[in-house]
Design a protein around this ligand. Sequence first.
Ligand code: PBG
Length: 324
Amino acid sequence: MNRGRRLRQTENIRNMVSETKINKSSLIYPLFIQEGNNIKEEIKAMPNQYRYSVDKLNFEIENLLKMGINNVILFGIPDKKDCVGTGAYIEDGIIQKSLREIKRNFKEMTCITDVCMCEYTDHGHCGILDKNNVVDNDKTIKILGKIATSHIKAGADIVAPSDMMDGRIKEIRNALDKEGFINTPIISYAVKYSSSFYGPFRDAANSAPAFGDRKTYQMDYRNRNEAIKEALYDIEEGADIIMVKPALSYLDIIRDIKNNINLPVCAYSVSGEYSMIKVGGASGIIDEDKIIMETTTSMYRAGTDILITYFAKELAKFIDEGRI
Ligand code: PBG
């Protein structure tokens, strides 16, 4: 008789045959940084996640490295916004200052930057608006090239454009190459859906659009084939890693991308996924630790190689304890 239970008898056997293993080296932790001094402020919509001022970063980075988390993605919350997102690429911008501070002390921390304009525009859209208040694609991608270059000059290791404009990977690749940064990798948020799971992030980064939504540039969640199309566009333009975002409701998409392309696949488990589990856990209705392990494992099982997650610290601990 076929007996599937033979390989489920003991924990050691189950561990030996488990198909999904999670490495700390594949985790990326998001960090929010704001202007000011001596600030470590909890984000209301994201329990146990914080906004830091630049002077408070060192302690946090040291802590992450001690836990074995060697990759962060940085999000900036500027003091001033304008209609063209100037704060995203100026030399003294919040991200540029943060990068210089982190790299002065911790060269070993891989710093990835989110390249987008929504945190820096007063209207909260991810680009420059035309006369009809629609994001002007071709003007916006020129600025994205400038933002990416300014991040690398300040010390970033990898750029991750999240704006969903067409042609931006090529524009950013050219801008970086022109400055001699031929070895800087690009993680493309190639497959980014227009999602309500970003709600808590917009509260954290103060980046909700002042009017309308992002449906003219982010993807429609009813679409699956389009994900492969978007990924192939970006690969052709020079992306080094392809991202799918969000993760939990998009496991089918992660698997499609994994099966159809030969680049590393990154998934972003976003703010709404985090906050649902935190709030559910705090209420006592679900077992928070076990739900973190099960949902995260499902993302890796679906085919992700790299995961951006607000649970990176919890996962590092679970890995140390041999629980995952
Ligand atoms: C910037 C950006 C967003 C997120 C990452 N980069 C917000 C958005 O597109 O509205 C969301 C991340 C999260 O929800 O954790 N464009």
